[in-house]
Design a protein around this ligand. Structure first.
Ligand SMILES: [Zn+2]
Length: 387
């Protein structure tokens, strides 16, 4: 283990301060505070969970900072040691959860956090109030053990991971964020040590044509038909992006998936009117390799070729929420070696390495701060991509 992450206190002494029952109780408490973000409802935010985390970390004797990110949506940071004075490791969790959908469809109520047969049931149990609780307990155990760290440990409970990731973007712009030198993203769930994660670009493709009466289609240029061509060519874009990207033993290959379609873009939809414009979103997932300009050049070319297939239309695109490129860290990275050694010490087995199929707050930390990140994540069933 590199000296910067080594503490004079042994891991066993710290682990003696971890109480599994306390971890379970904390996870259940966090689930019982619903934090589905519902735009337009000022009461449906991460506020209650953030307040709980702030109180809990303060009680444990950590230094705590609350960073207002948006109304009712604060990041909570707690730390041991002095961030920036030596290596500064972030244990990252997010406080928001995705929607529970129809509560009646749940076998256990989504926010009751029932404990049955050794499992906790509820929205966010895995993603990721369980992971957040684990990060909090880990920091508290270190604090309680009296271990002197070679650097600083930060626990981050961030907002909006399931949305536009405004919480982590905000963190990167603060002094604590700039002090970070490595991060563990505590996403669910089967204890793999994930070295890579796919990137994502949401390409909003807009086709503009010319309105006309449906009875006289020759008078217009139909953007819906042209959009059909765009969508039918998506597999070709996918093939080209696969040639650009680096194969990974841990990740699915790049994919291009249409996820939304809309037309008309203005006015009312009428069955007898050819609309002026139509748009679709392509959810583009990438492995590491190409930079923003290489990806953008490929999508530009795709739009140009699509436009050439239908007379009278233009096709352009823009990224929704920017580019989130794939991330990858080397096995020789000190962070990876330290965690691999710790996994072996605790489980008596070497870690299983893996990759994250989607993007996480770690994507932003890696891209913005350039720091190494690893994810704990679940292996989703797929055939690894090799060339
Ligand atoms: Zn998550």
């Amino acid at each position: 283990m590199p000296s910067s992450f080594r503490s004079p206190t042994s891991n066993r002494e710290v682990l003696a301060h971890v109480d599994p029952a306390e971890l379970i109780a904390l996870t259940r408490d966090l689930i019982r505070l619903p934090s589905v973000v519902r735009p337009g409802d000022p009461d449906a935010t991460e506020a209650a969970v953030a307040e709980y985390v702030e109180r809990w970390l303060t009680k444990e004797g950590l230094s705590v900072e609350v960073q207002p990110v948006a109304p009712g949506r604060p990041n909570v940071l707690g730390w041991i040691g002095q961030p920036g004075a030596g290596s500064t490791l972030l244990l990252e969790g997010h406080t928001d959860v995705v929607t529970e959908g129809d509560p009646a469809a749940w076998t256990h109520p989504p926010f009751a956090a029932e404990l049955r047969d050794g499992r906790i049931w509820g929205r966010g149990a895995a993603d990721m109030k369980g992971g957040l609780a684990a990060a909090m307990i880990a920091a508290a155990a270190i604090k309680r053990s009296g271990a002197r760290l070679g650097g600083a440990l930060v626990v981050g409970a961030l907002v909006d991971e399931e949305g536009d990731m405004i919480g982590v973007r905000h963190l990167c712009d603060t002094s604590i964020g700039r002090a970070l030198t490595a991060a563990v993203i505590c996403e669910p769930e089967q204890n793999e040590l994930c070295l890579e994660q796919r990137g994502v670009v949401w390409a909003r493709v807009t086709v503009r044509g010319r309105m006309a009466h449906g009875a006289m289609p020759e008078a217009g240029a139909n953007p819906i038909a042209a959009l059909g061509t765009v969508l039918s060519q998506a597999p070709q874009l996918e093939r080209r992006l696969r040639r650009l990207c680096r194969p990974s033993p841990y990740l699915r290959p790049p994919t291009v998936t249409p996820t939304t379609v809309r037309s008309p873009l203005a006015g009312v939809a009428q069955s007898n009117v050819i609309p002026a414009a139509a748009e679709a979103t392509l959810d583009i997932r990438l492995t590491s390799g190409p930079d923003e300009s290489a990806i953008s050049a490929e999508i530009d070319r795709f739009c140009r070729e699509a436009a050439a297939r239908t007379a009278g239309v233009t096709v352009d695109w823009r990224p929704i929420n920017g580019y989130r490129l794939a991330t990858r860290v080397d096995r020789k990275e000190p962070l990876v070696k330290a965690i691999a050694a710790a996994v072996k010490e605790v489980t008596a087995r070497p870690p299983r390495f893996g990759g994250v199929p989607g993007s996480t707050d770690g994507t932003i930390l890696r891209a913005t701060l350039g720091i190494p990140i690893v994810n704990s994540s679940k292996r989703h069933g797929f055939t690894p991509w090799r060339r």
